[in-house]
Design a protein around this ligand. Structure first.
Ligand code: GTR
Length: 445
């Protein structure tokens, strides 16, 4: 009788049901684990960068944070809070701004204790005689040893010094133009077949042919020659020559741009009074950081530089200080991570960095669909920086909470801004605006 009751209680389908339950539990656990481990926002960023349509829900997720600027630091406020009224006071403020960014965001930038030397390793005519191509080995040496970077430079074949645009690249020099003579960047790691496939693949991003036709030289160096973009291996190459632990990748890339300029100012084909530094995205962050540190740079161009570039951290939209530090801990000094989800405590925001470019020229560009880089936050950053340019007696863009319409640049003698239709990239349309701005405001400045 007892045995019969036990038999009745057991149901055969408990076994498959139990198994299904277990599998669901495992899947749930895995999802929860991935959700906590992976920067979920960054998956959206990846899709946004990869030109995949975001659903309205995903867009809301990327754009959904609070935009509270009540604690935004003032550009024209001295350390003790007094209002800055002349450029001499601002020069002191500028020094303070640089120190604050070194301490809290990018880490210190080596200013001495190294030497830079050069060798032109290849030179020839290019672009059917319209250009001279030069490839320059840049050697950085310290007491610890030396490390090389390879710069690719195209000069208009005019016999007169040309203004130049310099920027680092992430795809290797060989991708910047379809020119079989381009040497492979020293630290670029790929087999011959891949190199052949990639040759010229990023020509659209470097606009060399068109820039040469318009009278501008273009120089580029692979960012990996200074610090590989890898959280585990970033400390090799040029960056390894320095003992400073807080000298990180964005700092090393800015340092690299400056070493490229060390060469440019010695080349007779370059008009050294007209050097513009450009950078896309992560390298846009580096271009601004180089621009504020190196006054040989007469114009800074930030292309979609996003969080920790031109966009205000306090905007809390798209990429955040928390997320960027989780995914790219090797880009910034270690203290920066403390400000994740705690942006109001940051003693700086990116408007101060943009202001430190003054009185040199500043161009900030965004792309409409690049929500991860927070275009509105970049515009707000520029608006909150402009007092510094005005202090130097320069005209500035009119106050506006709204970005100018898509594909309609706004320019004046101190600054430019546009939001291009499309995705996170640097395209011919961006260059068209940059070069026309330079023709108008930079070339003869
Ligand atoms: C993203 C990163 C951005 C930006 C971008 C890029 O993954 O979140 O800060 O640097 O990469 O460099 O394309």
């Amino acid at each position: 009788m007892k045995e019969e009751r036990t038999k009745r209680r057991f149901r055969w389908y408990w076994i498959p049901l139990g198994l299904i339950g277990l599998i669901l539990l495992l899947i749930g656990g895995l999802i929860a684990f991935l959700h906590s481990m992976l920067p979920w926002q960054n998956l959206l960023a990846a899709t946004s960068n990869m030109k995949v349509e975001l659903s309205e829900k995903q867009k809301a997720y990327v754009t959904g944070g609070e935009r509270d600027y009540s604690t935004l630091p003032e550009v024209l406020a001295a350390e003790d809070g007094t209002v800055i009224t002349d450029t001499q006071q601002f020069e002191a403020r500028r020094e303070q701004i640089l120190e604050l960014f070194e301490e809290n965001v990018y880490g210190p930038l080596p200013k001495d204790g190294f030497e830079t030397s050069f060798e032109v390793v290849e030179e020839g005519e290019a672009l059917d005689g319209a250009a001279i191509r030069k490839q320059i080995r840049i050697t950085v040496s310290t007491g610890k040893g030396s490390s090389d970077a390879l710069m690719l430079l195209y000069l208009p074949n005019t016999g007169t010094p040309s203004p130049v645009v310099i920027g680092l690249n992430t795809g290797g020099n060989h991708a910047a133009l379809d020119d079989g003579n381009i040497l492979v960047s020293y630290s670029y790691d790929a087999d011959d077949e891949k190199i052949q496939e990639e040759r010229g693949g990023r020509a659209y991003r470097w606009n060399i042919r068109d820039s040469i036709a318009r009278g501008y030289a273009v120089a580029t160096i692979y960012s990996g020659d200074f610090a590989p973009d890898n959280r585990d291996a970033y400390g090799t190459r040029v960056i390894s020559l320095f003992d400073e632990e807080e000298f990180k990748a964005v700092g090393a890339w800015a340092f690299g741009l400056m070493r490229g300029i060390d060469y440019l100012v010695t080349d007779e084909g370059i008009d050294a009074a007209h050097i513009a530094a450009v950078g896309h995205s992560r390298l846009g962050k580096a271009a601004i950081w180089a621009g504020v540190n190196d006054t040989r740079i007469g114009m800074v161009i930030s292309n979609d530089s996003g969080n920790s570039g031109a966009s205000l951290s306090r905007g809390n939209r798209g990429e955040t200080v928390c997320s960027i530090n989780k995914v790219f801990p090797h880009w910034f000094c270690s203290k920066y991570a403390q400000y994740g989800k705690n942006e109001n405590e940051l003693p700086v925001d990116q408007n101060l960095l943009l202001a430190a470019v003054a009185p040199r020229l500043l161009y900030v560009a965004s792309a409409e669909d690049d929500l991860w880089a927070d275009p509105q936050g970049a515009w707000n950053g520029l608006m909150a920086a402009k007092d510094a340019f005005a202090l130097y007696g320069l005209p500035v863009l009119p106050d506006s909470e709204e970005q100018p319409p898509v594909d309609t640049p706004l320019w004046c003698e101190s600054m430019g801004y546009h939001v291009r239709s499309g995705w996170h990239d640097m395209e011919a349309a961006d260059w068209e605006f940059y070069l026309t701005y330079m023709d108008t405001y930079f070339r003869d400045r």
